[in-house]
Design a protein around this ligand. Structure first.
Ligand SMILES: [Zn+2]
Length: 303
């Protein structure tokens, strides 16, 4: 059961999330007395508490529920995050529907029972952290904040400067590709964040859902491939277009551009539809700005 704690150096441990960190779990990184994200599961956190780690600080990579769940259980005294994600971490019960864009759906019961199941609580942030800040953990461990907006507005990666280990959190190399479906998400920012990361040397990269990636060239390749998924989505979208038949965002929902048709029978359906609409809208805007498509009264056609 302790095999989820994997040492990377004397002071840095990769903590495997329950169920292979599939949503609603995620992998964490423990650096000295600082834990980055708390989505490994309550069972794992319990075991961590019994070990000889004295965790006094929790650093959040972003506000998503699979990264902040069970955070208060650890009883740490200090909670850090980027200012853009602070409102959601401090008040998720009030803001969750607004940030996920399901305010206008019949979704109240589901959302609130879901947040309850994940034991999501309001967390008071004691310190905000910004791009390039250095969090001085110990003599051996200095953590640099890399603000990487797009997935959420305050999404941050963290580089431990002595080891070259970077926690990439939800720039996660999943086949699904980049997610920019929440109301504070941005496809353009996400692309720019990937470009920013490509300029940073990383010896080990930690994805919050896919685990450990080692070697600078492999990590750069993974970042390239991940970014390319955004362009592939453009290509898939354009397959539906012609110069005569107008297309709207609604016409392309659950057609495997982002989410597969199977999700139409899923309990999360309204959530997927909202996410995909928001993501497709951003693609439409980009294609429009590049003069690839043009508006008509009934939708968009090829220019
Ligand atoms: Zn996330």
């Amino acid at each position: 059961m302790n095999d989820f704690i994997i040492p990377l150096t004397d002071d840095i441990f990769f903590l495997k999330g329950k169920n292979d960190a599939k949503y609603p779990y995620s992998h964490s990184l423990l650096i000295g007395s600082c834990l980055i994200d708390t989505g490994i599961s309550k069972d794992h956190l319990k075991i961590l508490k019994t070990k000889n780690f004295s965790i006094d600080t929790i650093i959040f990579s972003h506000w998503h529920e699979d990264h902040i769940r069970d955070a208060l259980f650890m009883g740490a005294g200090h909670y850090l995050c980027h200012p853009k994600d602070k409102p959601m971490i401090e008040n998720p019960w009030e803001l969750f529907k607004q940030y996920t864009g399901v305010e206008d759906t019949q979704y109240d019961d589901f959302i609130f029972s879901f947040l309850k199941r994940l034991r999501i609580k309001n967390i008071k942030i004691n310190r905000i952290i910004n791009d390039n800040d250095i969090i001085d953990i110990s003599e051996n461990c200095k953590l640099k904040v890399i603000h990487t907006p797009g997935h959420t507005a305050g999404h941050c990666c963290y580089k431990e400067l002595n080891s070259g280990i970077v926690y990439l959190t939800d720039i996660d190399f999943k086949d699904f590709g980049p997610f920019y479906g929440c109301q504070d998400s941005s496809m353009t920012d996400f692309e720019n964040s990937i470009k920013k990361l490509k300029k940073i040397d990383m010896d080990i990269a930690i994805s919050a859902h896919k685990g450990i990636f080692e070697g600078r060239s492999l990590i750069k390749q993974k970042l390239d491939d991940y970014q390319a998924i955004i362009d592939k989505r453009d290509e898939k979208i354009l397959e539906y277009f012609s110069e005569t038949k107008p297309i709207k965002v609604e016409d392309l929902i659950l057609k495997d551009i982002i989410y597969k048709p199977i999700h139409s029978i899923d309990y999360f359906k309204a959530y997927y539809i909202r996410n995909e609409s928001h993501m497709l809208e951003q693609h439409f805007e980009r294609l429009l700005s590049r003069n690839v498509i043009e508006p008509t009264d009934k939708g968009f056609i090829l220019s």
